[in-house]
Design a protein around this ligand. Structure first.
Ligand SMILES: O=C(O)CCC(=O)C(=O)O
Length: 267
């Protein structure tokens, strides 16, 4: 898909699927690396087997004797195919925020709550609306097996909720299946999906449907001062020296943006 088409879809709906983004070798390598982190996370906290995702995959503790895999994961997060796309879409370098790995729960199934990511640290509507204007969060994800579990309300990122949406999102039944205008997003293995974190969306979780989707959160608009991410592997700056120059430059921006928060213990 060419850049014009991606821009058009992004501007119209806040979500773009890019078919065949990864080649088979990249799929196999990312899957091996992310599954190894997942196995360790579940071994450390067995209840996670029935969760929907793990976060902060770039913690150094997951890569004790496999630093090459950590470097590979960091290179993917800083991959020029993603960074230059996000830079061209917004006119500014994206700032790394976090990673997540979505997987099918071992034995439980449920529908997730409809939400905008802004609502988590802003239960008051006025504060949430303010934050939606200040800063922008985006998810860029790659499906390592086919994944149809994400649902999104196209163009909801461009406006506040309509009455029927708000009734579900902020009401007593946020898992209702009748969200007006929502679309199920189907990704084939190796497809990528960029979606606006402020749009109304949710996941559905099924024990019997395999899922392995690696999701990276980036931001535009500078540091996220109400939710600074932890330093993860970057408490030791030596790692930077082992990255390619473009990845180093990309993570330098992350370290510069957040090191003041880390020094003050804000994460
Ligand atoms: O893909 C999913 O399961 C939902 C993702 C989601 O809601 C999020 O990361 O905010």
């Amino acid at each position: 898909m060419d850049f014009e088409e991606i821009t058009k879809r992004w501007n119209e709906s806040g979500l773009v699927v890019i078919p065949g983004f990864l080649d088979p070798l990249e799929i196999a390598e990312l899957r091996r690396i992310c599954d190894h982190v997942l196995q360790q996370a579940i071994a450390a906290a067995p209840d996670r087997a029935n969760a929907s995702n793990i976060a902060y995959l770039t913690e150094r503790r997951y890569f004790h004797s496999q630093e090459a895999d950590l470097l590979r994961l960091l290179e993917f997060i800083a991959d020029q195919r993603i960074v230059s796309l996000l830079t061209r879409l917004s006119g500014e370098l994206p700032l790394f925020h976090n990673t997540q790995y979505f997987y099918n729960p071992a034995s439980m199934s449920w529908d997730g709550d409809w939400h905008r990511d802004t609502q988590f640290l802003a239960p008051e509507i006025a504060l949430e609306r303010e934050r939606m204007k200040q800063h922008t969060g985006v998810h860029f994800r790659v499906a390592l097996v086919a994944d149809s579990q994400l649902e999104y309300v196209p163009a909801s990122e461009r406006r506040w909720d309509l009455a029927g949406e708000l009734e579900i999102r902020k009401g007593t039944e946020p898992r209702r299946s009748d969200m007006p205008g929502s679309k199920k997003i189907a990704l084939g293995v190796g497809d990528a999906c960029l979606f606006h974190a402020w749009g109304i969306h949710r996941g559905t979780y099924r024990a019997d449907i395999p899922r392995r989707t690696f999701d990276i959160i980036y931001g535009w608009g500078g540091a996220c001062d109400y939710c600074p991410p932890p330093p993860m592997c970057f408490s030791n700056r030596d790692l930077l020296a082992r990255l390619t120059p473009s990845a180093r430059n990309f993570f330098d921006y992350f370290i510069t943006a957040y090191s003041g928060y880390w020094r003050q213990g804000h994460f």
